[in-house]
Design a protein around this ligand. Structure first.
Ligand code: GLP
Length: 246
């Protein structure tokens, strides 16, 4: 008989800073395997970057190679507001890793040939060993908005209005982009381990839908219920709507 699938392991921590040592441990473990370490952007991970920069500067992740989830369409690495720009600014060692071929940026050009090449580059070097994830308040993962089919690869996605509203401060005085290149739900599900963080009351409803709602495209993050090797780290506010006490 097949082994029952392990439910996501949920940990509630005092505050986002308390998640940083857990994230570093997961990255150190995954860096010993073949494959990529998949980063995620957004405020959720702001505390990780100084700690990871120190880790890299001290040479403690000598083999690690990094990639990430998504990029606004047309935003080259040097474009402020972009995801690669965010990562290079917050964690300066990534720029040198990029030059050394150990940081693979998500292409800002959404053409199918370029995206297929990106997906092939991930596979050629062992796939994604560990994928860090945040969650949108509408339950999105990366830029896979509600309604996105499970099983897709990298593609160009139209951003939901709540996603654009959340991104607006980042682009002021301009307007947030309408489209992004995103890792698909199939690509995310293919990562050998997932590590999702959510903090703050604004994420509570999405966290409940992810862990206790039906599995399906209406809540893209619900795919964590089917993965089998998932850690979810929450603060008390993000965990507040869960029916099951953890
Ligand atoms: C963006 C990103 C997601 C991220 C989410 C939450 O839309 N594409 O990958 O998880 O926002 O962001 P934050 O961490 O800022 O709440």
């Amino acid at each position: 008989m097949a082994e029952p699938m392990a439910a996501p392991e949920v940990q509630v921590v005092a505050d986002p800073a308390a998640a940083v040592p857990l994230l570093l441990d997961a990255l150190r473990t995954a860096a010993r395997e073949r494959g990529w370490l998949g980063l995620a952007t957004g405020a959720t991970f702001a505390g990780l970057w100084p700690a990871l920069a120190a880790e890299l500067a001290a040479g403690r992740l000598p083999q690690a190679q990094f990639t990430h989830l998504d990029e606004y369409l047309g935003f080259a690495p040097q474009s402020a507001g972009g995801m690669v720009h965010e990562l290079f600014t917050a964690c300066p060692p990534f720029a040198a890793l990029w030059r050394a071929g150990r940081f693979l940026p998500v292409p800002h050009d959404g053409s199918p040939a370029v995206l297929a090449q990106h997906e092939a580059a991930l596979q050629a070097q062992g796939g994604v060993a560990l994928q860090l994830l945040g969650i949108g308040r509408n339950g999105h993962l990366a830029f896979n908005e509600p309604g996105t089919r499970f099983g897709t690869g990298f593609h160009v996605a139209a951003l939901a209005e709540t996603t654009r509203a959340d991104a607006r401060p980042r682009f002021r005085p301009g307007e947030p982009p309408t489209h992004a290149v995103t890792s698909g739900l199939g690509t995310i599900a293919a990562a050998r381990r997932l590590f999702l963080c959510a903090f703050g009351a604004g994420k509570a409803a999405a966290v409940r839908a992810m862990l206790e709602g039906p599995v399906g495209p209406e809540c893209p993050a619900s795919l964590v219920q089917r993965h089998g090797r998932v850690v979810v780290v929450l603060d008390a506010a993000a965990a507040a709507s869960l029916a099951r006490v953890r």
